[in-house]
Design a protein around this ligand. Sequence first.
Ligand code: IMP
Length: 198
Amino acid sequence: MSQLVFATSNAHKTEEVAAILGGDWQVEDLRAHPSVTLDEETGDTFEANAIIKAVSGSRAVPGLLVLADDSGLEVDALGGAPGVRSARYAGDNANAADNRAKLKTELAKLPQDGPFPGRFQCCMVLARDGVVLHVTQSSVEGRLLTQEEGAGGFGYDALFIPEGFTETFGVLPAETKNQLSHRARALAAMKEQLASLA
Ligand code: IMP
């Protein structure tokens, strides 16, 4: 089994990445490396922020392969918000429920009725010793509801219905989300590179 450090403390993301990669990789996140601190996400794009996490994270664990993900939700009727601010939409200390509440409030102000077209975006960056090895980006299109449906997943999942489905990521099984999500697609594009480094 090859070791991969995933530069996040978000247990939900780690669970998804471990499930998507399968048994060949031992995925550890920053909970297993508590001394690692990532540089601040000051970028304006998912790619810039994923690079910041991958480069700073990999400098802190010399010799290890580090994967970083920067992801978020874009809603067309909100001009692409919350976008790169998805984790902090309702404020710097906001939790996922605060962010969903803020999104519902912003959607309710719109003149048109939902559901509202949007997408999840994910940029994945692989790095070692501060050097970027590979970058991938992918997305999943869908529609945003104004009421939450389902308790599965995390973040904005209960408000997002992926294209081709009638239920939110909060209702759909994790296996379904892990086949078609922005994270699954960005990781699929990374698999060849990972295999060559395993
Ligand atoms: P990051 O940790 O800076 O990449 O922030 C990502 C934020 O985007 C999360 O805190 C969630 O609010 C949102 N997000 C990203 N991916 C997902 C997902 O798969 N489901 C629901 N929300 C997500």
